[in-house]
Design a protein around this ligand. Structure first.
Ligand code: NAD
Length: 261
């Protein structure tokens, strides 16, 4: 039997990168998937690809920063497929990377609101829906930044958001355990995605440290992860195979953060 047979999943940031790979992997394991993204076109393309391969998927356009939009999307997904069991709160941006003294309030807010507040706004409306079916699994995409890596000046807003997501995940895990809802946070290192399209840099040379990483970096494999390698972990955390795992961060970075803390 497929590992996610009978389960319904919402994937935010499903139009690209890690979210798209996870949506495909969920469907391959028998799950029905709502591919949610602020960009409607790529979300529809991923959902259409899943349907063409025989899977069940719909695309929903929603901005995770907007409580009404993301709430409506989560409820629509559950209504369409008859329930909700898995939430992959994954949408995120690198945002503006620059010296702290030059960062505008709007730049700070964009990064915090998308990554951290967006996680809260995605999971909140899912709670009553998962409770109605006796529980579920929430997976949050944080990062090694903010949780294991501190050597990238300019990432202050991003790292703060990613640390906040991990703390929020632990708090939610304890609170929601009474309803059999598990909450885990993944912390990827470098992954080959399109996140550069949502990364802006200004005057980083003013605050850089002269750090040299080893030639074969990260230590295992010496290359960034493929999104599918992250998706394999997300499927495990979504499935009942991880039924005793909740309230933890899982680092998936080929040991890069052990060399570059
Ligand atoms: N790529 C990496 O190296 C890396 C490393 C660690 C963590 N992450 C995290 O992984 C997650 C996914 O990123 P990715 O690398 O797949 O990037 P990506 O840019 O390829 O995909 C992210 C998707 O999220 C969507 N998105 C952005 N803002 C949104 C919003 N406000 N509402 C709804 N959707 C929104 C984008 O349209 C895009 O389709 C992010 O949370 C990111 O911080 C990425």
């Amino acid at each position: 039997m497929a590992r996610l047979e009978g389960k319904v999943a919402v994937v935010t940031g499903g139009g690209s990168g890690i979210g798209a790979a996870a949506a495909r992997a969920f469907a391959k394991e028998g799950g029905a998937v709502a591919v949610v993204d602020v960009r409607a076109e790529p979300a529809e393309a991923v959902a259409a690809e899943i349907r063409a391969a025989g899977g069940r998927a719909i695309a929903l356009a929603a901005n995770v920063k907007d409580e009404r939009e993301i709430g409506d999307a989560v409820r629509k997904a559950a209504a369409e497929f008859g329930g909700l069991h898995v939430v992959f709160a994954n949408a995120g941006i690198n945002g503006m990377q620059c010296p702290i003294e030059e960062m505008t309030l709007d730049e700070w807010r964009d990064t915090i609101d998308t990554n951290l507040t967006g996680t809260f706004l995605t999971v909140k409306p899912a709670i009553p829906l998962m409770r109605a079916h006796g529980g579920g699994s929430v997976i949050i995409t944080a990062s090694v930044n903010g949780n294991r890596i501190w050597s990238l000046p300019g990432y202050s807003a991003y790292s703060t958001a990613k640390a906040g997501q991990a703390v929020w995940g632990r708090m939610a895990a304890v609170e929601l355990s009474r309803w059999n809802i598990r909450v885990n946070t993944i912390c990827p290192g470098g992954v080959r995605t399109n996140i550069k399209d949502r990364t802006w840099r200004r005057n980083l040379e003013k605050i850089r440290w002269d750090i040299k990483v080893p030639d074969h970096y990260p230590p295992l494999h010496g290359r960034p992860a493929a999104p599918e390698e992250i998706a394999d972990l997300v499927v495990f955390l979504a499935s009942d195979e991880s039924r005793y795992i909740t309230g933890t961060e899982v680092v998936i970075d080929a040991a890069s953060s052990l060399l570059r803390g």
